[in-house]
Design a protein around this ligand. Sequence first.
Ligand SMILES: [Zn+2]
Length: 403
Amino acid sequence: MVNRTHFRCLSCNYVIGCRTQFGYGKEQVYTFPCPNCGVNLGFTILIDQENISWAYEALDNLKPEDFNTEPSYLLNFSSCFLVEKKNLTDLPLTPFLSNLTLVSDSDAYFKVRNIRHHAAQEFWPCLDRANTHRQRGDFDKFMSEFRSIKAHEFIPTFETGSLREIIAQGYEMFGSIFSTSNEQERKLIESRIDIAVESNAQGVNDLKNFFVLEDRAESIFNQLRALDRQWVDLYSFFEPLEIIDWLRDPKSLDSGDFTLSEKPIERLKTFYTDGFETLGRIFVIAACYEGICTGAGVGVPSRSRLILPQEFEQMPNGAKPNLISSMPFWPIFVDVFDSKLRNGIGHHSWRYDASLDIIFYQNHSPSRGKEDFKISFLNFCILTRKLYHCVTVSAKYLHSIWV
Ligand SMILES: [Zn+2]
């Protein structure tokens, strides 16, 4: 649905009308430049989807204005589709139609988009409840949730093995629904694990035992689930980006003409950071499998010696790529595991400029000093989405030692 409301800019006093196409997220954050004076403006819409009611909250440099004053500008927002920046104050096409012009096969696009929407809304809550019953050891309730998962006919069966094995398969299935283009990467990881098991089963067993100690594996498993939860909570925001898999011209988003209306910057920062840190922990498993594959032993081979798992685990995540960048799995993660971006998020210099729609950040290091970086908001969102996809791929490593 589309809702219209009027605000007054606290900086220049102009009245601005805002037409917003709501998504289905409970909390939708919008940030934009004042079309007259350029300051960052913003509001958050809180939506009660069950009772179909909403409220405009957290006004940033804005105050509410009644409908008697004709606005100087009418702005258009959409939570459901990518928006064209040049159409912020003018709407020749609806976002829906402008998105359709980018898509090569609209039937396939909407079909897959619906499946992913359904997975986030229906499949994941079932998995989450089943996992709770597993933790409580309630076999009957687990199986009853499991049967309701099977009712989602687009999900292949995965009912083999122990409750841990079943739930791990369920979560991997959930992740693969969103990252269907990562099958090659999943196969590569599977084959590395298989090679390690074939070449040194005892070594793999020792690796498992290390991760059972102090509940390491359980703790990473829970970290992955917390990340899934953030993904599901943010999914209404990410949904317009599903178009990436169906673009007629893969470069059509490079022009900088498109962006996302919603700007949940703080939640995205947390999501990127948590995804980065989770991957950093899973790299310990991945690297130790490679140590086993090469015959070096259970650990991470370096030029001079074998680094034991606990030592590699304690290294800062940003330093880990130095030791794993020549390993076969690294190309899967090289684009998304960006230590400078990760450090920039934690730094007070991080800043979103609404008029440019660009994020500015800094990285400080002893060797290179202070460096300035920028990334468009759209590209940050694309990268964060891809990071989550890569985490779901890497889950295979964790599950192989957790089940
Ligand atoms: Zn203004």
